[in-house]
Write a new protein. Structure first.
Length: 358
């Protein structure tokens, strides 16, 4: 028994060392990221990079540098002018906001409507889902949205609404929505259900669904009745993941990816357009999009790369790309990998599961 206790003690100590020592080493040797803020400017037709660098001879400390890919440097006021959609409020405060941009008349209200930031992370997908979804009323006649008293689930036989207070099936509502989906050609069950079930938004577009045949549908509730729309998918495209957007402009309904890792935009009214970027795997890569009336700047980040793409906001054709090479290991990281060839962690960057990882 004593021998077993000693073995267990030594095993525990080794396990804790493999877990904590690499973490402590990385914590004390970590350096701040050198990647700055990048945004495409349709005024100069280039990316504008805002970052920090050491001053002259290292005596001035770190200074903020704003430049484009050709190396031309800009002042803050110049950056405000070449990124008028992003720095709209500053230009208004300085009374420098233009009447038109690229020959298009613009107003602060239009800028506010068209500007958006949208993000997708691998943890959004690689996380357990309950399978119960609230369906909000899309046309309640009230400014503020309200959460419903029931939730729905989609089974092999149809859609079921469950009253949360009594945990009972609402048969009449379930039958009504099941028949509406069936009439539009929906084949149960659903393999992808994506929505934004929150009241902290200006409007509700319900859910976008993929049925068992990977056919795309749009489902929402309008004045207590089902609204179902089947969406034609281009020939040869097999959709895999859906991300509803609900932007202020209402110009887009969802972002989508297919089995070949291509990115698509579902626009209103129900047109699927391909985004001209090489690839995007939402299970392993994160994307952040900063969009405006003229263009979108996409940042696609993986564990190896951090790349930027500028696309037009109307047809999503590629304007310009800025590809960063694979990040090289620092000397401290190389030493750490040599000292700690075996590491144990309990969390990962791609999912929210807590489990041992070697």
């Amino acid at each position: 028994m004593l021998r077993f206790s000693k073995i267990l003690f030594y095993f525990t100590v080794i396990f804790l060392l493999l877990w904590q020592l690499p973490w402590c080493y990385n914590f004390f040797t970590a350096k701040s990221s050198k990647s700055g803020f990048v945004l495409y400017s349709s005024i100069i037709g280039d990316f504008v990079i805002t970052g920090q660098q050491e001053g002259k001879d290292g005596k001035e400390g770190k200074i903020v540098v704003r430049r484009d890919l050709s190396g031309h440097k800009y002042t803050q006021d110049e950056v405000d002018s070449i990124l008028p959609m992003f720095y709209c409020r500053q230009l208004m405060s300085d009374e420098r906001f233009p009447d038109s941009i690229n020959g298009v008349e613009v107003t602060p209200r239009l800028v506010q409507t068209e500007n958006f930031v949208f993000k997708i992370a691998p943890t959004d997908l690689n996380t357990p889902h309950i399978g119960l979804y609230p369906l909000l009323e899309s046309m309640s006649g009230r400014v503020e949205l309200e959460m419903p008293k029931d939730v729905f689930r989609i089974t092999n036989k149809g859609i079921e609404f469950v009253d949360m207070a009594t945990n009972s099936i609402e048969s009449a509502k379930s039958t009504l929505f099941t028949e509406a989906l069936t009439k539009k050609g929906f084949h149960f069950p659903a393999i992808e259900i994506t929505g934004n079930p929150t009241t902290r938004k200006e409007y509700d577009e319900g859910y976008v669904l993929l049925d068992v045949n990977r056919q795309l549908f749009h489902l929402k509730q309008v004045k207590g009745r089902p609204y179902v729309r089947i969406v034609d998918v281009p020939h040869g495209v097999e959709l895999k993941h859906l991300f509803i957007t609900e932007l202020k402009s209402r110009r887009t309904l969802a972002l989508m990816t297919d089995k070949n890792y291509s990115l698509y935009v579902l626009t209103a009214p129900y047109e699927i357009k391909k985004v001209a970027i090489p690839s995007f795997d939402p299970e392993k890569e994160a994307v952040s999009i900063i969009g405006n009336l003229f263009d979108w700047t996409l940042r696609i980040t993986s564990q190896e790369e951090d790349n930027y793409f500028a696309v037009r906001s109307d047809d999503f054709s590629l304007i310009k790309a800025m590809k960063n090479p694979t990040v090289e290991e620092t000397l401290a990281q190389k030493i750490g990998n040599y000292i700690f060839p075996i590491r144990i962690s309990f969390t990962g960057e791609l999912d929210n599961f807590v489990k041992p990882r070697i």
